[in-house]
Write a protein that binds this ligand. Structure first.
Ligand SMILES: [Zn+2]
Length: 152
């Protein structure tokens, strides 16, 4: 359904199409050009997940060969979980992988000797990729809606 205003190309309905070809029947969200609140949130969560994943996994040295690297990444994971930006299930999985990385460090250090001094460590921390601010949340009253209606 389109607006009846001449020249207006913006639909009043969500433009999301399901896998079976049906269209979402929810009204378009006022702050989005083509999607309802539910699908706009899904789109935002997908973009946020990709960006947040890259931010969390960025270690100090670009790898996970020092306890500082792993500690730094786990610290960002802690913050993201506290901000409710990652699911507790994903956070638990990532924390477990971090634990495995930490447990394997002594063996890595037996194979490759490397050290860095306190000043270079401090500089690495200062240059480290921080977590971005969480995205602004939609109004709580709008979040109570369940799944959107579908055309059949
Ligand atoms: Zn929709």
């Amino acid at each position: 359904m389109k607006n009846n205003v001449p020249g207006a190309a913006v639909s009043i309905r969500c433009q999301f199409t399901f896998a079976d070809g049906r269209c979402c029947r929810m009204p378009r969200h006022a702050d989005h050009s083509s999607l309802c609140l539910f699908h706009a949130r899904e789109e935002l969560q997908l973009r946020e997940a990709q960006r947040l994943g890259a931010e969390i996994s960025a270690s100090l040295n670009g790898d996970f060969l020092t306890a500082t690297d792993i500690n730094h990444v786990l610290g960002k994971l802690f913050t993201a979980l506290a901000q409710n930006r990652v699911s507790s299930r994903n956070a638990a999985t990532l924390a477990y992988i971090g634990q495995l990385l930490l447990q394997s460090l002594p063996n890595v250090k037996k194979e490759f000797e490397f050290n860095y001094d306190f000043d270079s460590w401090n500089q690495k921390l200062a240059e480290a990729t921080p977590l971005s601010d969480p995205p602004s949340a939609p109004a709580p009253a709008l979040l109570s809606s369940a799944t959107p209606a579908e055309d059949s």
